[in-house]
Design a protein around this ligand. Sequence first.
Ligand code: GLU
Length: 311
Amino acid sequence: MKERERTVVGRFAPTPSGRMHLGNVFAALMAWASARSQGGEMVLRMEDLDTQRTSREFAEILRQDLSWLGLDYDRETAPQSQRSEVYTRYFEKLRRLDLLYPCYCTRSQLHGVNAPHLSDGTYVYPGTCRHLTEEQRNSMNRTPSWRVIVPDKTWEITDLCQGDYRLNLFSECGDMVVRRADGVYVYQLAVTVDDGEAGVTEVVRGMDLLSSAPRQMYLQELLGFNHPTYAHVPMLLAPDGRRLSKRDKDLDLGELRKHVSPEMLIGTLAHSAGIIDQPVSLSARELAQEFSWEKVRGESIYLDAAALTGG
Ligand code: GLU
């Protein structure tokens, strides 16, 4: 008997801290088009671990913006801010594996001049607190964060958009924080658990999260989840090479919706990404028909976004 192929499950995982900007729209479009072009499902999850910066109002506007774009989903899972107890269960699993230790390092110790930095500005945690004795731990006067021990192993990914990518967590990242001193679980743990429990098989998101993939793959292995496929889509840049970001208020959907139709926006993005030859209007459904990862370019996309708003 032929083995049944597993259904593709993609996801939107927005942070409801403001309106979607063009980069978010592009990543959401690619995630949706990829899943739908394979007859797959889409799941929505609000990533609101940072309760100071996120709100239910923004979450509601995000849903409306997805609907305006024509990007539907089959279910919405609980927002991360409500899943602390679930994350604690997985955290305890890591503890039982004897892979956790408390870290008392201060911010200035971590970011100080002596901390080893990589060329991209991230630092490698040198394992300072890994071998503290019980006595030394007891003498510390602060609440620790918790780190998971990483092995000296290189993870290899064939990213659907970026091609081959490798990262050694030991030499290029170091033991990872999974719970902060204030008790909040970090993005890497929450995403791994949420994607795993929702049965996500395909993660499509911005290129800025490429180095998160091996971190999450490691946690997937420890926590007993399958690895999804990954596609990290390029960043959108202004013609002068500046990265378009949430700071460009004129390019968030609140503003863009006053000037363009969803079809025009989708057509412009699909054309810039190399999916269609001409910048014609395109609905989300039409995009899914045109879509394949071979067509999507991996390098940064230059977009004269001001032209969209007539600026
Ligand atoms: N919540 C993240 C964002 O809005 C995306 C995280 C992910 O896709 O893994 O940028």
